[in-house]
Design a protein around this ligand. Structure first.
Ligand code: UDP
Length: 319
């Protein structure tokens, strides 16, 4: 029997890759997105497919939602500049939107995969970060709208699980990259690649000693699908690539070399509350999902670099 999925944030970077993967696997998919940060072009491949429907909808607003076997709840701004320019909206999307989705899933008997984030760990004292770590988050800082919004969504999911027996699986998604990232959303990999291909200075914030570990999008999406398909999971599951940790300065040098070596590397002020280190402990995902990333960082970077280069050549530099 065909399974149906409701994907919120379907026109986003992750959402659209998830839609494509589900369609390839034979699911029937309804995507919703209010297009605040998502882009219709991301769904160009999905739109002609007979098992796909799209509706421009805001998860915060009332109104009936399509029924589905599984709800993948990914709707939220996710890049620091985007969520920081609309903090109230970001909190509402994660709080009000998640409540609406959980109520809908409960009423219709759906299971939910909640897209949470490694930002719940804040600026961590523990490295790499296991799911048992409670995090170190500034509740009133510039990142708090996203960090606390996602922490609230996790708390709400946990309440629905305990009190109403809703089947919610929480994915803590670490830094992910690949084609379809918006070139103007301020993320480090796309910023550096666009700067490199334009021959502009590569802007390292602070000393560049801070680290991130980057997971290629196809691997991440595979983790989300596996999380939806296994037996109910007790507690959150980290999804990310533990084998691709790099400092931002190393990344700048790698990207400079990959893009022809014309760019100089400059240092600009560091953003407030920027975490010093981040890398997932994925032992739980390995055990519960039989999952670990398979795309080497260099290969993912090469594909993403080609994507950025062709977007720039086509003049598609912004939303
Ligand atoms: N960063 C940077 N230059 C940029 C954009 C980002 O040095 O042009 C740094 C940023 O300070 C952070 C890291 O890259 O330490 C990752 O930033 P990103 O916004 O991609 O993701 P997040 O902070 O959410 O992990």
């Amino acid at each position: 029997m065909t399974r149906t999925a409701l994907v919120t944030g379907a026109a986003g970077f992750l959402g659209s890759h998830l839609v494509d993967r589900l369609l390839r696997d034979g699911w029937s998919v309804v995507g919703i997105d209010n297009l605040s940060t998502g882009r219709p072009g991301n769904l160009a491949g999905a739109r002609p497919r007979s098992h796909f429907r799209f509706a421009k909808r805001d998860v915060r607003s009332a109104g009936p939602l399509p029924t589905a076997d599984v709800v993948f709840h990914l709707a939220s701004p996710a890049s620091p500049p985007r969520y920081q320019e609309r903090p109230v909206y970001t909190l509402e999307t994660n709080a009000v939107g998640s409540q609406r989705l959980f109520r809908h899933a409960s009423a219709s008997g759906a299971r939910v995969v909640l897209g949470s984030t490694s930002e719940v760990y804040g600026d961590p004292e523990l490295h790499p970060q296991p799911e048992t770590y409670w995090g170190r988050v500034n509740p009133i800082g510039p990142r708090s709208c996203y960090d606390e919004g996602k922490r609230y969504a996790e708390a709400l999911a946990s309440a629905w699980i305990r009190e109403k027996s809703l089947d919610v699986r929480i994915a803590r998604i670490f830094n992910t990259f690949g084609p379809r990232m918006a070139l103007d959303d301020g993320r480090v990999i796309t910023n550096f690649l666009a700067q490199g291909w334009r021959g502009q200075a590569i802007t390292v914030q602070g000393s560049g000693a801070q680290s991130r570990s980057f997971c290629y999008v196809d691997d991440l999406v595979d983790g989300l699908v596996r999380l939806a398909e296994v037996a109910p999971v007790d507690g959150p599951v980290n999804l990310g690539n533990p084998d691709a940790e790099t400092t931002v300065l190393e990344l700048a040098r790698t990207v400079r070399a990959l893009t022809g070596g014309r760019s100089e590397i400059v240092h600009v002020p560091r953003a407030a509350d920027d975490p010093d280190r981040r890398c997932p402990d994925i032992a739980r995902a390995r055990t519960l999902l039989g999952w670990s990333p398979t795309t080497p960082f260099a290969e993912g970077l090469r594909r993403t670099s080609e994507y950025v280069r062709s977007e720039l050549a086509a003049g598609k530099e912004s939303r």
